[in-house]
Design a protein around this ligand. Structure first.
Ligand SMILES: Nc1ncnc2c1ncn2[C@@H]1O[C@H](COP(=O)(O)OP(=O)(O)O)[C@@H](O)[C@H]1O
Ligand SMILES: [Mg+2]
Ligand SMILES: [Zn+2]
Length: 276
């Protein structure tokens, strides 16, 4: 299998940091706040490989550092330390060495992001179709009718009624907003998609349909995905491999089936037991 992303030692510290931050935070201390300087060690030493078309799950309770990890990879923020290589044949991009224009180009063309909060992923001042058009225009030269056709196809694919493409996203239900976000993220057929708690807060039946849609898209487009969630059910359904995080550290990783059947870490055991 071809590797698409290689992450090594990714770390994020919010605050001034000190030489004791790392050695005094983490699962064994049950905190991510350094008692010496008050900094938050949001993420420490995250390393993983992701392969083409694979869905990797990142699971953990609120505050464990999941969003921080994807925000760094999607350039919403720069990490404190660490490296990441995006293999975009024939090129290899060292993500944290790129200049702002190169970062923007990857975000607009090669990566997609779907946030828990649709406000972050959608422009609420323009229509659903306009949101997709905006992303298409950032990445390629297309005329008006090409863009409109492509937006229609994407919205149809994500089961948003075409009749509603000229409406503002604020008129849509939460589930529909997530579908528009997914359509927008997929507009450029990115080989790598980040999904951060995309079904959190939605009705269970709506959640199930969106999860199905994500699986269908992965099968159709062979998109590699990083799925961040606190929900074991989402992990079970989507992720072939999973990283379990606590206080900014990975405490367990492996094939999702194995983690669910035979969790090694006490925290994971407790998570799995409470979900039964
Ligand atoms: N911009 C920020 N400034 C300070 N602390 C932050 C910031 N963003 C996140 N944090 C803290 O970093 C830790 C990890 O947050 P986050 O990555 O959002 O966790 P998760 O997505 O797993 O809930 C939490 O303790 C959170 O409060
Ligand atoms: Mg989060
Ligand atoms: Zn410190």
């Amino acid at each position: 299998m071809d590797k698409i992303l290689e992450v090594k030692g990714l770390s994020q510290v919010y605050g001034p940091g000190c030489e004791l931050c790392i050695s005094s935070t983490g699962p064994e201390f049950e905190t991510n706040i350094c008692p010496h300087c008050g900094s938050i060690v949001a993420l420490h030493d995250l390393s993983f490989d992701l392969y083409k078309g694979e869905i990797l799950g990142i699971m953990g309770e609120s505050g464990s550092g999941k969003s921080t990890a994807v925000k760094c990879l999607y350039f919403d923020q720069m990490p404190y330390s660490g490296s990441a290589i995006f293999f975009d044949e024939p090129e290899q991009q060292h993500l944290f060495k790129l200049n702002p224009a190169q970062r923007r180009s990857l975000r607009n063309r090669r990566f997609g992001m779907v946030y828990q909060n649709p406000n972050l992923g959608l422009n609420f001042d323009i229509s659903a179709g306009g949101n997709i058009a905006e992303r298409l225009l950032m990445s390629q030269v297309m005329n008006y009718s090409e863009i409109r056709n492509r937006a229609q196809t994407l919205l149809a694919r994500t089961e948003v009624l075409i009749e509603r493409m000229d409406e503002l996203p604020k008129n849509f239900s939460g589930g529909m907003q997530q579908r528009v976000q997914i359509a927008k993220a997929l507009a450029t057929r990115p080989p790598l998609l980040f999904l951060d708690e995309v079904t959190t807060g939605l009705d269970l039946s709506v959640q199930a349909k969106i999860l199905d849609l994500i699986l269908e898209i992965q099968a159709e487009l062979d998109t590699a995905m990083i799925v961040v969630t606190h929900d074991l059910g989402v992990i079970r359904l989507l992720a072939g491999r999973t990283l379990v995080m606590k206080y900014g550290r990975v405490i367990e990783s492996g094939l999702t089936d194995q983690i669910l059947e035979d969790p090694q870490h006490a925290y994971t055991q407790q998570l799995v037991a409470s979900a039964l």
